[in-house]
Design a protein. Structure first.
Length: 424
């Protein structure tokens, strides 16, 4: 039955038991639900592969990475065995950084790196640590990643050591800026290994961590009031109100080191340049130029051949699987949503709503994207129309369109700040 279901499940991996039974009835078979479950498990193993086999091929894969992409780093770290067990290479951690990504980052990206980790699915668990930069178009640029057992100071230290070796050290001649979520040993590793780096925190992630111990609507309101303050007076007022409302939340936030911000905000600078009738492109940083963007993606990543074409590696022993850690309770199937997402709105619908709002700002709006979520506050044109001050007959269409576009732009800016936060 598994052989008959391989092609069907390859096209539709989420097929239910009713659909699989319908496919097998063509061959005169009427299996039970347990038989269908076992057949699907065997078929999916033949399609997606086995975790145990993949872990055993890591040593050979590391050798193939170094052969096909010279200069790349693929480091494996093994766990220490107990005295009564023979010394065998039990997998613990792995780091991978390609030379093409390193050269593109150093030549075409600004010295800005964001760090984060996410839990991996599968029988052996683990955490995927990643370091990403920003290209000239403000797009994410993958730099390196690692697979570790848990997110702690020791695992982040392993990741930083490999990343420092890959980049040739975090020298003082570049203004290195790191963005973190202030989580589980990450801040300590940066302070010890790169003390001269500028460490910025994502406000949305900080609030997500704060909400776990200090929930409340008023805490959220005061936090975002302080995070979005453009002057010291508003910031101090919001923090004072937070201290009076919940001192524990105030003390937790005060442990985050402050960052001195100097200069004029970008909005005011852009208006001043436009007022001078000057070209704003002359004031942009070189990292946003087209030439830098091309340099970031000019390197080539050479493909690794199929394992059937690999040469024999008799000197490399296979890695033993890491121990399985079974958590209590039934395994979760659905992702835990972030704090800022509405629990009553599906994730896909929320993403489509943001895309509809974004398409409303361009000149040519697709027909299927003209409908968006209602504005939280009516625009000035709508308010005047409701009050009888302005009617469609005596309104100028151009001025009405400008007012509506301004309202949509303001709403879209507030939504982006609410979803993605700002950086402290």
């Amino acid at each position: 039955m598994a052989d008959k279901l391989v092609d069907v499940l390859r096209e539709n991996p989420n097929m239910k038991c009713r659909g699989m039974r319908h496919e097998l009835q063509k061959f005169g078979v009427n299996p039970s639900y347990m038989q269908l479950y076992r057949a699907k498990k065997i078929a999916m193993l033949s399609i997606e592969g086995n975790h145990a086999t993949s872990f055993g091929m890591l040593t050979k894969y590391a050798e193939m990475v170094s052969r096909t992409n010279p200069g790349s780093i693929f480091k494996l770290q093994y766990a220490h065995e107990m005295e009564d067990i023979p010394p065998t290479p039990t997998f613990k951690r792995a780091f991978m950084g390609l030379k093409a990504l390193r050269d593109g980052f150093l030549e075409g990206c600004s010295p800005f790196i964001g760090f984060d980790g996410c839990h991996m699915k599968g029988p052996y668990g683990g955490v995927l640590l990643a370091a990403v930069g920003l290209d000239g178009n403000n797009g994410l640029y993958l730099l390196a990643f690692a697979i570790v057992e848990v997110e702690c100071k020791d695992s982040w230290g392993f990741f930083f050591q490999c990343l420092e070796t890959m980049l040739g050290g975090f020298t003082y001649d570049k203004p290195w800026t790191f963005m973190t979520d202030r989580q589980k040993g990450l801040v300590e590793c940066i302070a010890e290994m790169v003390p001269h780096a500028i460490n910025r925190k994502c406000a949305r992630h900080i609030y997500a961590n704060l909400r776990q111990t200090q929930p409340g609507v008023m805490v959220k309101k005061l936090f975002w009031g302080a995070a979005r303050a453009y002057n010291a007076s508003d910031f101090n007022s919001a923090m004072l109100a937070l201290r009076n409302h919940k001192p524990a939340a105030h003390d937790w936030l005060m442990n985050i080191e402050s960052v001195d911000v100097s200069g004029i905000p970008c909005k005011h600078a852009a208006l001043a340049i436009e007022h001078k009738r000057d070209d704003i492109e002359l004031y942009t940083d070189s990292s946003f130029h087209k030439s830098m963007y091309i340099k970031a993606y000019s390197q080539k990543i050479h493909a690794i051949p199929d394992p059937t074409f690999w040469p024999s590696f008799n000197v490399y022993p296979e890695s033993i699987l890491p121990p399985i850690k079974r958590m209590p309770g039934r395994p979760k199937k659905h992702r835990r949503r972030e704090v800022e997402f509405d629990e009553n709105v599906p994730f896909e619908e929320a993403v489509r709503a943001v895309k509809r709002q974004r398409s409303a700002l361009v000149s040519e709006i697709p027909l299927e994207c003209q409908e968006g979520p209602p504005l939280t506050q009516p625009s000035q044109v709508e308010a005047n129309a409701q009050d009888g001050l302005l009617t469609p007959t005596n309104m100028n269409p151009i001025s009405v369109q400008i007012e509506v576009d301004a309202a949509v732009a303001a709403f879209f800016e507030d939504e982006l700040n609410e979803i993605y936060g700002c950086y402290l």
